[in-house]
Design a protein around this ligand. Sequence first.
Ligand SMILES: Cc1cc2nc3c(=O)[nH]c(=O)nc-3n(C[C@H](O)[C@H](O)[C@H](O)COP(=O)(O)OP(=O)(O)OC[C@H]3O[C@@H](n4cnc5c(N)ncnc54)[C@H](O)[C@@H]3O)c2cc1C
Length: 363
Amino acid sequence: MDEQVVEKVAGRDVPGVWDAVVVGGGAAGLSGAVALARSLRSVVVVDAGEPRNAPAAGVHNYLSRDGVPPRELTALGRRELAGYGGTVVDGEAADARRLPGDGPARFEVVLHGGRVLRSRALLVATGAVDELPDVPGLRERWGRDVLHCPYCHGWEVRGQPIAVLATSPVSFHQTLMWRQLSDEVTVVLHGAEPSPEQWEQFAARGVAVVDGPAAGVRVQGGALTGVQLADGHVVPARALAVASRPLVRAGFLAGLGLRPVDVEVMGHVVGSALPAGPAGATDVPGLRVAGNAADLVAQVGSSAAAGVLAGAALNADLVADDAARAVAARRARDSSPAAVFAPRSEAAVAARVLGARAHGTSA
Ligand SMILES: Cc1cc2nc3c(=O)[nH]c(=O)nc-3n(C[C@H](O)[C@H](O)[C@H](O)COP(=O)(O)OP(=O)(O)OC[C@H]3O[C@@H](n4cnc5c(N)ncnc54)[C@H](O)[C@@H]3O)c2cc1C
């Protein structure tokens, strides 16, 4: 952390070139930032403060924090990061580019408002935003009683009447997942038709199927009571399961040539993500991706884990870069190759590296 100090953030001196800029301060980004900060890397997280699960009352399936409100979880993460010297900037990345030359700064991230952050490494953890079926009133209930994930919210509606909005073949798979949690499941056909095998499964499992399309939702006393069909009928329901389409928030990466790709399940596009390999590696050296931005089925726990992995991998990349730069600097100091291997300098290196074990190498 020996970069030149050029600006102040919240009264603190911050480096002109950060070891890492993390874009996105959800479970993935904050976890990656903590891994970097604990390795004594200077790290700044830029966060727009809209985690994907923000509409939900609480986070479930995240061990030891069951039911914690999503924004409380990120506030805890921010506090933990600050304890290790990490910085969070509230803002939104608008553009990112690669800097020419082989200086330490490889990336430049431009925020809305014009602020520029330069860094040696970049972690993208911007998550996804859910595209929802176009049914009036549905978006207003999203994350409360319009649901997508039985692991996140299923327990809370167990045993209650659940409707499933069938918009694609994926919805029929979803139906059987919700059936595990309730005996009263009704499929509303809204653009998709079950296969003969699925009709048989629904008959055998006691799943009702009604013709749609859905025209709205019924709400009473602040809670969902049913799904309004276009023909005027109402399907009673305390929860409506939908197949949302998570789309990665990655527009600001166009300048780096990193573009989202469609993710398909059963031949159907279910969302988009940034292509990434192990530990979030991308085609852009020094740039890694974690969480929903790379894996649209990742939950909070797996997003946090991916963030730690990507943060650790970026630290390892920086360790290798530090060593390469140190070797280059050392070689430049001893410009003649012969001088590097001169008995006197070799003995000095051996004495420093091996200490008392440097027997027989004294000049
Ligand atoms: C309604 C709902 C409920 C859910 N409930 C659960 C649950 O109970 N348990 C569970 O395990 N999972 C749940 N999930 C899934 C969970 O939301 C994700 O797994 C998790 O949020 C992914 O974490 P992330 O860090 O990748 O992204 P996010 O949590 O989405 O964080 C990304 C952050 O990056 C910021 N950002 C985006 N673009 C930019 C930019 N250009 N510049 C700066 N910042 C930016 C966003 O504002 C956000 O703060 C739920 C999802 C939904 C939709």
